[in-house]
Design a protein around this ligand. Structure first.
Ligand SMILES: CC(C)(COP(=O)(O)OP(=O)(O)OC[C@H]1O[C@@H](n2cnc3c(N)ncnc32)[C@H](O)[C@@H]1OP(=O)(O)O)[C@@H](O)C(=O)NCCC(=O)NCCS
Length: 183
């Protein structure tokens, strides 16, 4: 795997959309994106990143890829980092998947595209059982996963206190994907 390798690119409404592997030079935009996720309190980014933390986190991403523990995809729109997703090996035979897109590029079909690409990346890791966790209160993510035929496999009731008050369940979901030829 080479840093920055483009996995898929397309045009959407005049914008250039690129899904690619991360690279070290992503650091400044990576920090910006994560701190945006942190500000929004998405599940994927519970911690504010200063430069040192960001360096450690991106190093971790690149190390996981290099050692074959995971595949990460970055979403770039017109040259700007706008989202990320991962498929990480867990246990002997499954992978955990997850993703987050910046607010302004949601609802355009890119989350769905990213999930399908992550399924392909899981195949490259020879993992055909996928697993994820999602807050019951996160309707967009829950709908996306259901659309892609992830099924609920477990639930931790009232696991998260919502900023708006009350609690939300943590839902565990899984899916078996077909083994098809790796591109
Ligand atoms: C969840 C997320 C990745 C979805 O990505 P997206 O690009 O907005 O989704 P898409 O445009 O590809 O939509 C695909 C499907 O997701 C569902 N969906 C997307 N936005 C939705 C919304 N606002 N309300 C309900 N369902 C929604 C729909 O089922 C949609 O299919 P449809 O267009 O046929 O109705 C995105 O909202 C996000 O990054 N959220 C913040 C981070 C996060 O919550 N990550 C998941 C943690 S578990």
């Amino acid at each position: 795997m080479r840093e920055g390798t483009i996995i898929k690119q397309m045009d959407l409404g005049g914008s250039r959309i690129v899904f690619r592997y991360p690279r070290w030079s992503d650091l400044p935009q990576y920090l910006k994106m994560h701190n945006e996720f942190y500000r929004e309190q998405t599940m994927t980014c519970p911690q504010k990143l200063d430069r040192a933390r960001g360096c450690r986190k991106l190093t971790g991403v690149l190390t996981e890829i290099e050692t074959g523990q995971a595949r990460w995809l970055f979403l770039e729109i017109d040259g700007k980092l706008r989202g990320e997703g991962f498929a990480r090996k867990r246990g002997a035979n499954y992978a955990v998947v997850g993703l987050a897109l910046m607010q302004e590029c949601r609802g355009l079909g890119l989350g769905e595209e990213m999930m399908l690409l992550l399924e392909d990346e899981s195949r490259k890791l020879h993992r055909y059982r996928l697993y994820l966790e999602v807050w019951a209160a996160n309707q967009p993510a829950l709908s996306l996963y259901k659309k892609l035929e992830y099924k609920e496999t477990g639930r931790k009731p009232d696991f998260m206190e919502k900023a708006s008050g009350g609690f939300s369940d943590l839902i565990e979901m899984g899916k078996k994907i077909r083994r098809k030829a790796v591109k």
